[in-house]
Design a protein around this ligand. Structure first.
Ligand code: HEM
Length: 140
């Protein structure tokens, strides 16, 4: 069980690292577009695609696979897990939001501002705090 939990935490860290970084790339991408830097914009498209496909999505899938293994394989559960899963669902929605922005940049049809992405960048921080506090303290 501890191997499964270790792998769960490793992939959670991977997922969170990418989910914190991708909106930051979007901030710089908007800056490059505002400066008319077409080469910079093409470079950001490559970085965003590789981060999303190579790190963020595999991290998400493997976090969930090992999390489900802990829950359904070892029967670890409780009210805290149900609340945690609600926040994980919001994290998955956020992942999907990032995917839609990535496609908007790829197709040169982004309309969002730098300020929007700076605010969006903070959202997963609150989800991470909530998820870790629920799973470690198990308050209910
Ligand atoms: C479908 C998704 C997920 C499921 C079913 C799930 C389920 C679980 C379960 C059953 C445990 C074991 C708890 C224990 O042994 O006390 C666990 C541990 C943990 N989970 Fe998840 N989890 C999921 C996603 C996540 C996500 C997205 C994060 C962070 C962003 C996360 C962070 C953690 C941490 C830090 C631990 C270790 C807690 C400890 O050892 O005290 N999990 N998870």
């Amino acid at each position: 069980m501890l191997w499964v939990k270790s792998l769960h935490i490793i992939f959670v860290v991977t997922w969170m690292a990418a989910i914190f970084y991708l909106p930051r790339l979007f901030v710089y991408h908007v800056q490059a577009l505002n400066e008319g830097d077409a080469r910079g914009s093409e470079r950001f498209k490559i970085m965003e695609r590789k981060l999303f496909n190579g790190i963020m999505t595999p991290g998400a899938v493997l976090s969930i696979v090992f999390g489900l293994w802990l829950w359904l394989g070892y029967g670890i559960s409780g009210g805290w897990l149900h609340a945690k899963l609600m926040l994980v669902l919001l994290l998955i929605v956020f992942h999907g939001l990032c995917w839609s922005h990535l496609r908007a940049f790829r197709d040169d049809r982004n309309t969002r501002t730098e300020r929007y992405f700076r605010v969006v960048n903070e959202l997963p921080v609150f989800l991470l705090f909530g998820i870790v506090i629920l799973v470690v303290l198990k308050p209910f």
